[in-house]
Design a protein around this ligand. Structure first.
Ligand SMILES: [Cu+2]
Length: 385
């Protein structure tokens, strides 16, 4: 069969084009391979590797101020606030500490500038107040349920079954007093234990419970850090990660500490949905006391990784003044809010923070019981009361 002349010509032209394109592509890929081996680089920008793109959302929204009336917590106040309860003594001399926690689940508060979320809280804040006692004290915590769902308080530590806060939920409008002896010494979570558990936790019903050893710990500048997250679009993945309730807060309001002063951090991870979280300290190392139940450190490190409810005590001091980051060494968490700064002052140069644009959030603690804080100590110097 004979093809018309025009068909033959078109066929030849197409063949030439295909050959030319193939040759070009081959030479490009060879060049790319040569570049790869020459550069010997790793990552998304290496030729031949896919380029990762971010969604571009979140990334440090705290360049403007959170309204103090709507913020979920005042992180700088929370940092060093320890609640010792209303203290009385039994006939045999045992110290009794009474606390009141009010659960609520109907408030909407600002968890990041412009981001409002239905928070479930103990005493109006996320995290709930830090409860502190000494081993051997009798702890009495009255839970008042002002919410619309059943709630409870489950303390970690040693106590009788009926004080475990798991099987008996407190009905809306109800009230119950948990009572047990504080043991052992260490740092513990407390949280609601009603089902579905992840819902009660991710909305914010948790806090830190510290039991001091009878002999106390060395004097230090003490602080509490609780690592959490917020799933604000309800897809069981966190959109924000924080230490002490508001993403990036301590980046804009650095924690001021003194050079050579012993710093003690009671650290707890309560993060829901993500299996792990961690804490990394820049330009320094710390002693780590796992769960805080021993007086001898378990590790000397600059990073500690924790599953949900794991916790411990960090001790360190800075040799040199300046600004130092601390953050999750999980990049996603750090970039979605779990990042902060220490500002180390050398004790002679004052007000290094004057040019840091410090904005304070005041009067937002929504404690519904005026007596909860009666023996609250703002104890920047640490020690045991
Ligand atoms: Cu609950």
């Amino acid at each position: 069969m004979r093809y018309p002349r025009i068909v033959v010509l078109v066929g030849v032209a197409i063949s030439i084009m295909i050959f030319a394109i193939s040759t070009m592509l081959y030479s490009r890929s060879s060049l790319s391979d040569q570049n790869s081996s020459k550069l010997d680089t790793v990552g998304g920008h290496t030729p031949g590797y896919p380029i990762l793109q971010t969604t571009g959302d979140v990334l440090d929204p705290t360049s403007f101020v959170i309204n103090p009336k709507t913020a979920v917590v005042e992180p700088m106040k929370y940092l060093r606030e320890f609640n010792y309860g209303r203290i009385s003594t039994s006939s045999n001399g045992t110290v009794i500490r009474d606390f009141t926690l009010i659960a609520s689940d109907q408030q909407t508060k600002e968890v990041s500038p412009g981001v409002f979320y239905n928070v479930w809280t103990f005493n109006g804040t996320i995290p709930g107040p830090t409860i502190r006692a000494t081993e051997g004290d009798v702890i009495r915590i009255t839970l008042i349920n002002n919410g619309t769902k059943f709630h409870s308080i489950h303390f970690h530590g040693i106590h009788p079954s009926e004080m475990d806060g798991v099987f008996e939920g407190i009905a809306p409008g109800g009230k119950f007093t948990y009572e047990f002896t504080a043991e052992p010494f260490g740092v513990f979570p407390y949280h609601c234990h009603m089902q579905p558990l992840e819902e009660h936790i991710t909305h914010g019903l948790y806090g830190v419970f510290i039991i001091d050893p009878k002999q106390g710990r060395p004097q230090a500048d003490e602080m509490v850090m609780l690592m959490n997250g917020y799933d604000t679009d309800f897809d069981t993945e966190n959109n924000f990660y924080t230490v002490n309730g508001i993403p990036f807060y301590y980046m804009h309001h650095p924690i001021q500490i003194e050079k050579n002063r012993l710093i003690r951090i009671y650290l707890l991870n309560i993060l829901e949905f993500d299996p792990l979280n961690n804490f990394h300290l820049h330009a320094n190392m710390f002693d780590f006391y796992k769960t805080g139940t021993k007086l001898i450190p378990d590790e000397y490190t600059d990073i500690v990784t924790m599953n949900q409810a794991e916790r411990g005590i960090l001790e360190f001091s800075y040799k040199y003044p300046g600004k130092y980051m601390f953050h999750a060494h999980k990049t996603e968490f750090a970039e979605k809010g779990w990042t902060g700064l220490f500002l180390v002052k050398d004790g002679t140069t004052q007000s290094v923070n004057e040019n840091l644009n410090v904005t304070s959030i005041r009067n937002i603690t929504d404690y519904s019981t005026s007596d909860f804080n009666k023996s609250t100590n703002h104890v920047p110097t640490g020690g045991v009361k």
